[in-house]
Design a protein around this ligand. Structure first.
Ligand code: ZN
Length: 416
């Protein structure tokens, strides 16, 4: 089987790698306007990018500060050298960072990094030169890209649209001819009331059709539908079962809002922010609950670095759970007596001064690696599914703090 076709693993792993790299690049600063960022969409020709860089290169000659000029020139040269290896941009495009960054006490370091195939496509070519790298567009791509249907309505007007990731897309609106509450002279009150109800009913049917036409074709991809409006209109509409039955069960909630034009759609998303945040972590909650259930039953759960690692190597782990906030390195150490061990240390601790846990002798460092990368590699080798769990909810927090950020649900019981 082609492992690359297994999207969930790849996507999560990719997101993790991006997140870690971004953390570094968000921190970097240059002493001048000398850090170059380039966003390249998939359909951009590499030679176009190269000629843009050549142009920037010749303009850099005009920079007054000698240091900045040298730094910009070097960054551009480095990018151009790296681009030589590309015939065309990879899927979803790529982002290049290059520049001399401050490393303290007046020193700088030259860094160059390419982020290939971000989790979402890059839309437009961007050249950016500043004292920091342009990281926000990449950061936004890491936000869970859910798909939600939006519907706002009252008795006069309705609008439908999408929430795609963090982007709101208004699609269509409609207005009603429902008469106001004041009847004209000569109409009987009863007859007026009946006509008004009929007109409202008619309008709700029209809204349901508007929503149906937009949402039904995408009902399987939809993460949910949000409905907003004043009371009791939205309640009448929902409780009156106007909405297509397959859409009804997708309604995540109804929210009090005051506008039903396009601006009502963003009012709706704001009002629903708690519900949206919950929806994103529901999947992770399900995962954690399964782990806790197995843990209570005592046979098919593992946690902590060493036990999980051993289970992974045996091929016993069905699902590997890693805390998104885990920042540790794994070190492979060996002592003079040949005892070889793995240990976990904080990513920030630079020196490795340890004694052998078997004999107490001083140890030598053989290898040091990011613990998540280490585990992902083992998991992929054994066909284990990987899930990253945020710390935005109680069980996720427990994973990081009570279980060392690493746990697994097993395929079969082991004695580890
Ligand atoms: Zn030893």
């Amino acid at each position: 089987m082609d492992r690359k076709a297994d999207m969930p693993i790849d996507l999560d792993k990719r997101k993790y790698e991006f997140k870690r790299l971004l953390e570094d690049y968000e921190e970097y600063a240059g002493s001048g306007t000398q850090l170059v960022t380039i966003y390249i969409p998939e359909d951009k020709q590499i030679y176009d990018v190269v000629s843009h860089i050549t142009q920037e290169h010749s303009q850099a000659a005009n920079i007054k500060s000698k240091d900045t000029r040298t730094n910009v020139t070097n960054a551009l040269a480095s990018i151009r050298a790296r681009l030589r290896y590309y015939k065309k941009p990879p899927k979803n495009g790529m982002v290049l960072f290059s520049g001399a960054v401050n490393v303290g006490s007046g020193q700088t370091d030259m860094v160059t990094e390419i982020f290939e195939s971000p989790p979402q496509p890059i839309q437009t070519f961007r050249y950016h030169c500043d004292s920091t790298f342009l990281t926000e567009p990449l950061r936004e791509m890491l936000i869970e890209a859910g798909l939600y249907g939006l519907l706002v309505l009252d008795r006069r007007e309705a609008h439908v649209g999408w929430l795609k990731g963090t982007r709101i897309e208004p699609v269509k609106g409609t207005t009603s001819r429902v008469p106001g509450k004041q009847r004209k002279g000569g109409q009987s009150a009863q007859r007026f009331h009946r006509l008004r109800l009929e007109a409202i009913d008619q309008f709700y049917k029209e809204i349901a059709e508007l929503a149906g036409n937009l949402f039904v074709p995408d009902r399987y991809e939809l993460d949910g539908i949000l409905v907003g409006g004043p009371s009791p209109t939205k309640d009448e509409f929902i409780d009156g079962n106007y909405l297509h039955h397959e859409l009804r069960e997708k309604v995540l909630g109804k929210f009090d809002i005051s506008y039903t034009d396009e601006s009502g759609l963003s009012e709706l998303v704001n009002a629903a922010s708690d519900v949206l945040a919950d929806a994103a972590i529901i999947k992770e909650k399900v995962t954690m609950n399964r782990f806790f259930k197995e843990l209570r039953q005592g046979e098919r759960a593992t946690y902590g670095f060493m036990p999980t690692r051993e289970n992974l190597i045996m091929g016993a782990v069905d699902r590997l759970l890693i805390s998104s906030d885990l920042r540790k390195d794994v070190i492979n150490i060996v002592c003079g007596n040949g005892h070889q061990n793995y240990e976990i240390i904080d990513t920030r601790s630079e020196k490795v001064e340890k004694n052998c846990s078997d004999c107490g002798e001083k140890v030598k460092l053989v290898e040091r690696e990011d613990v998540v990368k280490h585990l992902i590699e083992l998991a992929e080798y054994r066909g284990t599914k990987i899930e990253f769990v945020s710390t935005d909810f109680e069980e996720g927090n427990q994973l990081l703090h009570a279980f060392g950020g690493i746990a697994g649900v097993l395929r079969f019981p082991t004695n580890i």
